[in-house]
Design a protein. Structure first.
Length: 194
């Protein structure tokens, strides 16, 4: 059963890594997975929250940071070190079949920390802002999914690493989002008086 799952995972990996291969994705996917690409978005979120929600905005930013911290530590320090799955780009029997488009890290593969972290942050923001801004649902999930799929395309993660990371991150984001809702049940922007 495990061997069949691994074989299916490798087939799915090749379908993305090789099957979707084109010049545009070769340019785009390394950019999507780069944390510096998203720095302006992170800065916007911080400024938006604090400007519109004042003290509650600081709490929102704190919850996003806590969510990220929990997700990253659980994925990187607990699960990866327990499972010890070799990355596709480091797998001696498999790495010759892949198109590696970025530097291959020496760390382990399962779960993808990119997927865990981005789905966790997306989900906590969905939980916080959904009642006021419905578009956050598809925007947040699309953002996290694009970053995650890019990890497979560039050759550093298997699809199963991404799926597990997405599920783990979503769970963490839901829990911290519910905690935020408990602490601040009526999220409304601070009105500016002239």
């Amino acid at each position: 059963m495990i061997d069949q799952l691994i074989a299916l995972d490798q087939e799915a990996f090749l379908a993305i890594n090789q099957g979707l291969s084109n010049v545009f994705f070769d340019w785009l996917m390394p950019i999507l997975r780069n944390p510096f690409t998203w720095a302006p978005l992170y800065l916007f979120i911080v400024i938006f929250c604090i400007k519109n929600y004042k003290k509650t905005g600081v709490l929102i930013v704190l919850f996003i940071l806590i969510t990220f911290g929990i997700a990253d530590q659980l994925s990187s320090s607990v699960i990866k070190k327990s499972v010890k799955r070799v990355r596709p780009c480091n797998d001696i029997e498999f790495k010759e079949e892949i198109n590696l488009r970025v530097r291959c890290s020496g760390g382990y593969s399962f779960t993808s920390s990119h997927a865990t972290n981005h789905f966790a942050m997306a989900m906590v923001m969905i939980m916080i802002f959904y009642k006021r801004w419905k578009h956050i649902l598809w925007l947040g999930l699309l953002w996290a999914a694009l970053v995650s799929i890019a990890q497979v395309y560039v050759g550093v993660h298997y699809p199963l690493d991404i799926i597990a990371g997405a599920l783990l991150g979503s769970l963490i984001g839901c829990v911290t989002g519910l905690a935020f809702r408990f602490i601040s049940p009526n999220l409304t922007p601070v009105t500016h008086t002239s």
